[in-house]
Write a protein that binds this ligand. Structure first.
Ligand code: SF4
Ligand code: SF4
Length: 195
């Protein structure tokens, strides 16, 4: 199994921000609120809570924990992958709890934080693209809601990072199964890059 060089991916993705300003200003950084205290105007009233005690978890891709486990501003918990809806071939999955934006070392934040509000998608022809994160969240991300233009350089780097991640069959399996589910459920999604 090919191992992903997360250090290389972090370096690649540290080169460009997705917008020319801090998008957290638009929503008081809703996606970095472990306390779930979202601004009223970004709360998703339609969000169905199936686990009222659960926090919004950030998962780490397989092997990414090797890079982040020494970060004292993050705490990690390990779950059985299948039990929490990840592919069986992951074995286990590590979740991060981060304490919020005030504690974040941005250049060391997990890959999932770097990809949001996008997510990788594989078409039925196996073409890789980036789409707006299409699943329901307790808040509405203004970038998705307003379809704000994302920097082309950042998009190209994110797509390249996802290509590198596909080298690992476990990540490939996750991206493929998420993509297939979208087709099976006839979920609406918007392709951002490449158009
Ligand atoms: S990605 Fe979306 S939800 Fe997160 S800080 Fe930026 S605008 Fe807000
Ligand atoms: S690690 Fe940083 S970017 Fe990720 S959710 Fe926490 S505060 Fe936000």
């Amino acid at each position: 199994m090919n191992k992903i060089d997360y250090r290389k991916i972090y370096e690649l993705l540290n080169r460009h921000e997705i917008l020319d300003y801090d998008c957290g200003q638009l929503c008081s950084a809703a996606c970095c609120r472990p306390d779930g205290c979202y601004d009223e105007d970004v709360i998703n009233e339609d969000y169905l809570i199936d686990d009222p005690d659960g926090e919004m978890g950030i998962f780490l891709y397989p092997g990414e924990e090797e890079l982040t486990k020494l970060e004292d501003w993050q705490s990690h918990s390990v779950e059985d992958a299948e039990e929490v809806g990840f592919p069986e071939n992951w074995g286990s999955v590590t979740f991060v709890s981060c304490g919020g934006k005030a504690f974040c070392k941005r250049e060391k934040r997990p890959l999932q934080c770097r990809l949001f509000p996008l997510t990788p998608h594989l078409s039925e022809d196996d073409e890789l693209s980036l789409i707006y994160f299409p699943d329901d969240l307790p808040y509405r991300c203004p970038i998705i809601e307003r379809q704000l233009a994302i920097n082309e350089e950042a998009l190209a780097d994110l797509l390249e990072a996802c290509r590198m991640m596909l080298e690992d069959e476990r990540v490939c399996e996750l991206i493929r199964s998420d993509s297939e589910r979208r087709y099976e459920e006839e979920q609406d999604f918007i392709t951002v890059y490449p158009k």
